[in-house]
Design a protein around this ligand. Structure first.
Ligand code: ATP
Ligand code: MG
Length: 332
């Protein structure tokens, strides 16, 4: 059976990159994978860069609300907060002892995040983050991991760690997890301010991303100011014209049209018209999600209950894996 696991950091509100690259896929998988679907709000990962405590607390709630509003159904999926399942940290230690430093040195994310965040420094947590991610996945022996393309390197590392563990202890204890990219494509939504960087929650320029909670005015303003180039025609050439192509990608992802169809629709028109069209597409796409958010926000007790139930169900599964791993290591 397929076992699905994925996570999102409560480092802000989800943006269109998170939605298109991951969350939308998560919703679909609930239909095909029955009750073998787990989505975690990975607060321990968020701690790798400085988070104001009260804001973090609020972001954990908000993220839960947003996931539900996007269509994650706690009756079909286990939705939980990572830190409420202490086995994540426990397995991380066991896996850390199987992971050569050299593998972590090759990871690109800690270098870029460490460099851009001025309130933090490159701490051990940021460096070791991929081992915690491996633990998240392997704790549930997950087989299918719906993530955005930015996480592929970390997923390969997870496979390497699983393989090392299995071959050292002589059994196929951890299955090899495989990525599920959104519609099989390399869908990476780029920053609206710098189309060579991915859109990120932790980017301190708010204008660089569209949050799913943005008002129509904010969407309008951000798209209008999105960096393009000095050619006014609408084309899809991610290498040569990353800015315009990113707008075409978003248009395509939210309208269900292919990028070719979008380009065709805008032949003879200019990028401003593409921007206007995209603004409308985003606003109407987000409307029902935002209505649902308002509805869910009224019942905080309900959100807490979902996280409590989720943690309990996740722990039942996690404890089985920990017991098995300890047995193999000789410490049970
Ligand atoms: P942070 O800046 O705090 O790392 P983030 O925006 O990168 O936040 P994550 O919580 O790290 O978001 O990732 C959640 C999921 O969204 C992951 O599966 C990740 O691959 C996906 N994702 C993140 N950014 C993008 C993007 N720009 N395009 C497509 N998918 C993305
Ligand atoms: Mg990220």
């Amino acid at each position: 059976a397929q076992r699905v696991f994925s996570g999102i950091q409560p480092s802000g509100v989800p943006h269109l990159g998170n939605y298109i690259g991951a969350i939308r896929n998560w919703v679909q998988l609930q239909k095909t994978c029955g009750n073998n679907v787990m989505y975690s709000i990975v607060d321990l990962h968020a701690l790798t860069v400085h988070q104001a405590p009260l804001l973090l607390k609020r972001n954990i709630k908000n993220m839960t609300v947003c996931l539900l509003a996007c269509g994650i159904d706690p009756k079909q999926s286990i939705v939980f907060q990572q830190s409420q399942v202490p086995e994540h940290c426990e397995l991380m230690w066991l896996l850390s002892c199987q992971t050569p430093n050299g593998w972590l040195n090759k990871m690109t994310q800690w270098k870029s995040k460490g460099a851009t965040d001025n309130k933090s420094f490159v701490n051990i947590g940021l460096y070791a983050y991929p081992i915690l991610m491996a633990a998240d996945i392997l704790l549930y022996k997950a087989t299918h991991i719906p993530v955005g393309a930015d996480q592929l390197q970390h997923l390969e590392l997870t496979c390497d760690i699983a393989h090392t563990f299995n071959s050292r202890y002589g059994v196929e204890f951890f299955p090899k997890p495989q990525p599920l990219l959104s519609e099989g494509k390399n869908q990476r939504i780029m920053s609206l301010r710098n189309p060579l960087q991915k859109m990120s929650k932790s980017d301190n320029q708010e204008m660089a991303r569209i949050d799913i909670t943005d008002t129509p005015d904010q969407v309008h303003n951000k798209i209008r100011k999105a960096v393009t180039d000095c050619t006014s025609a609408v084309t899809f050439e991610p290498e040569e014209r990353p800015g315009v192509s990113n707008l075409v990608s978003m248009y395509s992802a939210l309208s269900g049209k292919t990028t070719d169809e979008v380009v065709e629709d805008f032949t003879g028109k200019e990028t401003v018209e593409l921007k206007d069209g995209l603004t409308q597409v985003i606003i109407s796409y987000l409307k029902p999600i935002q209505e649902k958010i308002i509805e869910l926000e009224e019942d905080e007790g309900h959100i807490e209950q979902i996280l409590t139930d989720g943690a309990r169900r996740a722990r039942e599964r996690a404890s089985v894996t920990i017991r098995g791993a300890k047995e193999l290591l000789g410490i049970n």
